[in-house]
Write a protein that binds this ligand. Structure first.
Ligand SMILES: [Zn+2]
Length: 156
């Protein structure tokens, strides 16, 4: 199907995208940061959930989640389809910016964020054990943040 949003135009295989993201949702990282994203995001951003559903994206099925801070996430969703027309207007839903990127194998990526969320977990956010706390991952997050914001991210 063809999806038109502002001055953007996409060709989207909703069924394949739903299948992919639902599979991600059933097999995701169980660390506190990720659990908090899955528990909080739909209630905090219902419009974002509807926006993503137009692409066939299950909001609980990102292919990557980056916690810049425990309550500040960047989520990447992979959509089966193509970008037919690159828009000049930036996409955003409920104040959350959405960046579009070409992916491989007839896919494109929706980078959603940063998304600010409430912390709903019992464990204190500064005691979470997560792969995202490994130095390699934190380096990658620093790089991504620098690309997006042009400044260094200072972890508290
Ligand atoms: Zn995780």
């Amino acid at each position: 199907m063809i999806l038109k949003l502002a001055d953007w135009q996409f060709q989207v295989d909703k069924e394949a995208t739903l299948e992919r993201t639902t599979k991600n949702a059933s097999d995701h990282c169980e660390c506190g940061y990720c659990r908090n994203y899955y528990e909080a995001v739909s209630a905090a951003y219902p419009e974002l959930k509807l926006f993503l559903a137009e692409f066939g994206v299950n909001i609980d099925g990102p292919s990557e989640l980056m916690p810049f801070a425990p309550t500040l996430m960047l989520a990447c969703y992979r959509v089966q389809g193509q970008i037919l027309q690159w828009g000049n207007r930036e996409l955003a839903v409920a104040g959350v910016p959405i960046t579009v990127e070409t992916g491989d194998e007839n896919t494109f990526l929706l980078w959603v964020g940063e998304v600010e969320l409430p912390w709903l977990q019992e464990e204190p956010m500064d005691e979470v054990v997560s792969p995202a706390n490994l130095p390699e991952f934190m380096e990658r997050m620093q790089e991504v943040w620098l690309l997006r914001h042009g400044t260094e991210l200072i972890f508290s």
